[in-house]
Design a protein around this ligand. Structure first.
Ligand SMILES: Nc1nc2c(ncn2[C@@H]2O[C@H](COP(=O)(O)OP(=O)(O)OP(=O)(O)O)[C@@H](O)[C@H]2O)c(=O)[nH]1
Ligand SMILES: [Mg+2]
Length: 300
């Protein structure tokens, strides 16, 4: 196992080859604010200004980026990216929302938020960024038959698994935990108010992220989370909480590439990972189905 100071923040050893200036150290961006970023080299965060050429919008580091920085000083360069969540901005430019992401948890709740077209857009974004995706049907405690709703959503989705979860009664939380492997990075995506931060707090075991009730009139959230932030979980995985995203446009074929993404390398790694990942999910689903059938046979 790597004993690199950044290992617990998901460091990949091959990135060392991209650090050629001995005065610079590697660090991970754990949050982004206007004009500066918060980075951690393994021994605690500091607020780092950006070198001039990184202040251009398309070159700015995103949450999850590995960067080369002066110790306690500015960020000088962004290192090559694996798995990104990027949306299309005007003119076909990519805005990277999270970098070096292995898994996206697309959260949607069974109220007016549930919208197959929006899910399809999120899935286009994850596919484009070479990120595996699972849909979380949050607030499963609010419906009578969450497994039935999940199965219905899943049937419209072309193979993406859908897991019912509830931060309130704990349903499905272990299944989510099982997806979050040590040193891998996952991101929570979804509109405001679907329960992303609440779930993160449950996984963390403490009330770290601010949460807010949704409006009763239209089920909309109130944008409780205002920045993208990477949080280490007790099991060793990293989870990025994000502010609610309503309108997301995936990149299109003719658009610019996402900067610093090595697509060939990604494709190779992804094929191997995906096979393993889907085997795990379906094993889990089959086990739940068997348990349900056994229960129905007993009581039916
Ligand atoms: N019934 C029920 N309510 C939940 C659950 N999870 C979250 N909520 C409630 O939903 C509301 C919104 O939760 P948040 O965690 O703030 O939602 P969010 O997705 O982080 O929202 P933004 O930060 O605005 O994007 C809060 O009132 C939570 O208590 C759940 O599992 N069941
Ligand atoms: Mg939130």
């Amino acid at each position: 196992m790597s004993s690199h100071p950044l290992a617990r923040l998901g460091w990949r050893d091959e990135l060392q080859n991209h650090l050629d200036d001995p005065s610079l150290i590697p660090a991970r961006v754990i949050a982004v604010d206007r004009g500066s970023v918060v980075v951690d080299a393994g021994s605690g965060p500091w607020r780092a200004p950006l070198a001039g050429r990184l202040r251009r919008r398309s070159a700015t580091p995103a949450t999850g980026d590995f960067v080369a920085a002066l110790p306690d000083g500015p960020v000088r360069a962004v290192l090559p990216r694996r798995g990104v969540i990027a949306r299309r901005e005007e003119g076909g430019r990519a805005q990277v929302l999270a970098a070096n992401v292995d898994l996206a948890l697309l959260a949607t709740s069974p109220n007016r938020d549930l919208n197959p077209r929006r899910l399809a857009r999120f899935l286009a974004i994850t596919a484009r960024g070479a990120v595996d995706a699972v849909v979380l049907l949050t607030k499963a405690d609010l419906v009578d038959d969450p497994d039935g709703v999940a199965a219905e959503v899943e049937a419209g989705l072309d193979g993406t698994p859908v897991l019912p979860v509830s931060a309130h009664d704990g349903r499905g939380v272990d299944a989510v935990r099982a997806l979050l492997e040590p040193r891998r990075t996952a991101v929570l995506l979804g509109t405001s108010g679907v329960g992303k931060s609440t779930l993160l707090n449950v996984l963390l075991g403490e009330q770290r992220q601010r949460t807010l009730p949704i409006r009763e009139s239209d089920d909309r959230g109130r944008h409780a989370t205002v920045r993208r932030e990477l949080v280490p979980l007790p099991g060793g995985a990293l989870l990025v909480d994000t502010p609610g995203l309503r309108l997301v446009a995936p990149l299109e074929d003719a658009d610019e590439d996402v900067p610093l993404l090595d697509k060939e390398q990604l494709k190779r790694e992804r094929r191997a990972r995906q096979r393993e990942f889907h085997r795990g999910i379906y094993r889990d689903q089959r086990a739940r189905k068997r348990a349900r059938e056994a229960r129905d046979n007993r009581y039916g």
